[in-house]
Design a protein around this ligand. Structure first.
Ligand SMILES: Cc1cc2nc3c(=O)[nH]c(=O)nc-3n(C[C@H](O)[C@H](O)[C@H](O)COP(=O)(O)OP(=O)(O)OC[C@H]3O[C@@H](n4cnc5c(N)ncnc54)[C@H](O)[C@@H]3O)c2cc1C
Length: 399
């Protein structure tokens, strides 16, 4: 409603955070989560979110979130942050009641934004290589390290930080060599951005410029022990469960953008003549658009079928399939938008049309939330694995 046209880079940037607050008032920031951890005050939604809760049956919450992402992508990839609890879902799901309630108040009811801080400058794809440390002092942790590049550093009210929890005695005897940290299991905690010792700096990315991207530095940040999500060492489970769904969301943002690009390109091809021929009658144009449309339809169907399985299977998420679906969808979307840009000619190459912005935005999502090369590898490794019965290449839908 508030973005009548797909956004071009040259157009004024929509007030994204303000739109998210409007979405919160309309009940569109919490329909994706069942908030078992929050008190009765919110268990059935605030006045604002009753509307969305009423139209989204609980067993379709993730599918509805996927649909919201797809529709957001049709207008602009940056609109992805307007809907749903986003990364706040991890704090809602795994946080102690006091944390879940605070995040619910801020992110779901207040329309603030939650970020995730996993990547580090020396290690993005390799989670075992993370070196951010939370030294355990019993009633609190002392957090130190560097995160980045991380999205939403300027806007997020708090971050789910992935780190290594280390007993204070062990931290005291370790020297400069950090190789031992690889063996420490991953943990996750909720960190309000305003906590003393959290420093941010931003950089200018190629695309997805509606939201900031930068580094977070933790200079001996004191974090109450109640901010730990789950128990120490739960980080990998939290990461895999959350990111399986989240990767499908980012896939659907790109598929929405690609769908809009194909539709706009079809319309232009019908309007545009080259010599005596309409562009829509050139066989190679028709064939390329057909391939793009088929790839986008197939990837969209795959993503929604995986979301249905997440609804049914809960924590038994097929991490490998979700990872590969994100890679396939974002790659196919990029190809589709590239064809769309090509068929818009020089006009498509300007900041006046949404094509070039889509191309840059989708490019980012082929790296963010797991680089695509890595994600295809996750599927292959799971199929090649000899340690358990091989996963079926094509899973059957349950009745
Ligand atoms: C727009 C954007 C937003 C982001 N937002 C966030 C955020 O909010 N929070 C956050 O924590 N991080 C965020 N990131 C960081 C992102 O998660 C990392 O960039 C990503 O995981 C890759 O890590 P890296 O940059 O260290 O690349 P590297 O790990 O150095 O990898 C570089 C490249 O090497 C290849 N590669 C690496 N490993 C393998 C492998 N095993 N198999 C095959 N090829 C491989 C891939 O092509 C990869 O792109 C964001 C990144 C982008 C681009």
């Amino acid at each position: 409603m508030h973005l009548p046209e797909p956004v071009a880079e040259e157009a004024p940037r929509p007030p994204w955070l303000h739109l998210r607050k409007r979405a919160a008032q309309a009940g569109l920031t919490g329909f994706d989560v069942v908030c078992a951890n929050v008190g009765t005050r919110y268990a059935h939604g605030t006045e604002g979110d009753r509307g969305a809760a009423a139209v989204v049956p609980p067993h379709l919450a993730r599918v509805a979130q996927g649909l919201a992402m797809f529709l957001a992508g049709r207008r602009d990839c940056d609109a992805r942050e307007v809907f749903s609890s986003g990364h706040g879902a991890m704090a809602l799901r795994y946080g102690r009641p006091v944390v879940a309630q605070a995040v619910y108040d801020q992110v779901v009811c207040g329309g603030e934004l939650a970020g995730v801080a996993s990547s580090e400058p020396h290690s993005g794809s390799d989670l075992r290589g993370l070196r951010t440390v939370a030294v355990d002092h019993g009633d609190h942790f002392v957090l130190s390290g560097m995160k980045g590049l991380v999205g939403r550093v300027d806007e997020a009210t708090g971050f789910v930080v992935f780190c290594k929890v280390v007993p204070s005695e062990q931290a005291a005897v370790q020297g400069a060599d950090v190789a031992w940290l690889r063996e420490v299991p991953l943990s996750a905690l909720w960190l309000p951005t305003a906590t003393a010792g959290v420093l941010t700096e931003t950089t200018v990315p190629l695309g997805l410029r509606g939201w900031s991207l930068g580094h977070l530095r933790f200079d001996d940040v004191r974090v109450g022990s109640e901010l730990l999500l789950g128990v120490p060492g739960d980080g990998r489970r939290i990461f895999d469960t959350h990111f399986s769904g989240w990767r499908l969301m980012m896939a659907l943002v790109c598929l929405g953008a690609a769908t809009a690009a194909i539709e706009e390109t079809m319309a232009r091809a019908r309007r545009r003549s080259v010599g005596r021929t309409c562009l829509a009658n050139v066989p190679s144009v028709v064939s390329r658009l057909g391939i793009a449309a088929a790839e986008i339809q197939a990837a969209t169907a795959w993503c929604f079928s995986l979301l249905e399985r997440i609804e049914q299977e809960g924590d038994e998420v097929d991490v490998a399939a979700c990872s590969a679906a994100k890679a396939l969808a974002t790659d196919a979307s990029y190809r589709a938008v590239d064809i769309g840009l090509q068929l818009h000619g020089s006009e498509g190459y300007t900041r006046r049309t949404p094509m070039e912005k889509r191309l840059r935005d989708i490019r980012g999502l082929r790296i963010a939330d797991g680089p695509n090369d890595t994600l295809y590898g996750v599927l292959a490794q799971s199929l090649l694995s000899e340690t358990r019965p091989a996963a079926p290449l094509v899973a059957q839908r349950r009745a």
